[in-house]
Ligand binder design. Structure first.
Ligand SMILES: C[S@@+](CC[C@H](N)C(=O)[O-])C[C@H]1O[C@@H](n2cnc3c(N)ncnc32)[C@H](O)[C@@H]1O
Length: 223
């Protein structure tokens, strides 16, 4: 018989697993550590390390020549992908000029600035003028806008290209909302749920949903 599971057990299991795996992983390179510390100190959102290791691994086996990153922030995820494959070039997009300046600074420090084209723009506006195609798109911008960007991401991916999306659990809000949360996040949670459902049933994507970090989607364009 399966034991009863409650949220406490699950939390316990997940944090134990993350802590255990963190000890197995190699220490972070110095510049990644510096970016992470800056993010934590200044409350700037960055991806979790387990997703960082995953992105690095995917880039190392998939060797995406051209990557589009939507929501590069201060470059934590950018650096993880750059470390994964020395052949990849990244178009890194963010609507926040301050974060993009910080991103450039860290790319200069790690001597990777020549591999990244930084774009200060809104994702939707970028796609309007875009004719490039990408082998991998990493989507980590405003969660309620994912649904609006789905068709654009599809069109900008080559066949067999990968779309990787962070925060598909929306910090657990996708599992249910308290009455207070409903007022504040009801609409955005619904929009993210629509995105998850639409891509799960998309005829031209093959998806895998991973219960890692805040929920990660990996979708391959099949057609
Ligand atoms: C979660 S943070 C990204 C963290 C980053 N991936 C990292 O690990 O360092 C989300 C970023 O997306 C940017 N953003 C949000 N909505 C956007 C949009 N519609 N177009 C472009 N950038 C957007 C924000 O300015 C913010 O820097």
């Amino acid at each position: 018989m399966k034991p009863d599971t409650n949220v406490g057990d699950v939390d316990d299991f997940y944090s134990q697993a993350v802590a255990y795996i963190a000890k197995l992983n190699p220490p972070l390179p110095e510049n990644l550590e510096a970016i992470r510390n800056f993010g934590i100190k200044n409350k700037v959102p960055i991806i979790d390390d387990e997703l960082g290791f995953f992105l690095k691994f995917v880039c190392s086996i998939f060797n995406p020549g051209r990557i589009l990153e939507i929501g590069c922030g201060i470059s934590y995820s950018t650096h993880w992908m750059l470390y994964g494959s020395s052949e990849s070039k990244i178009t890194a997009l963010d609507s926040n000029r301050y974060r993009l300046d910080q991103c450039r600074k860290y790319l200069q420090l790690s001597e990777n600035v020549h591999r990244v084209q930084l774009v200060h723009n809104w994702a939707k506006d970028f796609f309007e003028g875009n004719s490039q195609q990408f082998d991998l798109i990493f989507l980590d911008s405003t969660k309620k806008e994912y649904i609006d960007l789905l068709d654009d991401c599809y069109l900008a991916l080559v066949k067999n290209g990968l779309l990787i999306v962070d925060n598909i659990f929306y910090n657990r809000k996708i599992f249910g909302l308290t009455p207070d949360q409903k007022k504040k996040y009801g609409k955005s949670t619904q929009l993210l749920e629509t995105f998850n459902q639409k891509i799960a049933n998309h005829p031209n994507f093959s998806c895998t949903f991973l219960p890692m970090s805040d929920g990660v989607l990996v979708a391959k364009r099949t057609n």
